[in-house]
Design a protein around this ligand. Structure first.
Ligand code: SF4
Ligand code: F3S
Length: 104
């Protein structure tokens, strides 16, 4: 499966949902996650994310958020169309410790 990383938080560009062939993105207030049981590992979403916040679970950088993607994908609603990105999305791109400080 592919995994949405911490840098998605408060960036939430949503380009990813437009390209996913199986619509396996789920939407929280500040970020999206991928449902690991639904992702078919096609990889097309990875280069689409302006925040470089998507990686395969084979990448060590995805390890810390893998469980959270599964947990939240079971709870949050499915999203299939790109909405309006946050007005300050670009300002949050690359900010550290988002998971700890700004997740909701
Ligand atoms: Fe969707 Fe493919 Fe990305 Fe998985 S890797 S979330 S199937 S676009
Ligand atoms: Fe997040 Fe990137 Fe998608 S910022 S919403 S994973 S395009």
């Amino acid at each position: 499966t592919y995994v949405v990383l911490e840098n998605c938080i408060k960036c939430k560009y949503m380009d990813c949902v437009e390209v996913c062939p199986v619509d396996c993105f789920y939407e929280g207030e500040n970020m999206l996650v991928i449902h690991p049981d639904e992702c078919i590992d096609c990889g097309v979403c990875e280069p689409e994310c302006p925040a470089e916040a998507i990686l395969p679970d084979t990448d060590p950088a995805s390890e810390s958020v893998m469980d959270l993607n599964k947990k939240w994908a079971d709870i949050w609603p499915n999203i299939t169309r790109m909405g309006e990105k946050p007005a300050d999305a670009d300002e949050w791109n690359g900010v550290g410790n988002k998971l700890q400080d700004h997740f909701s």
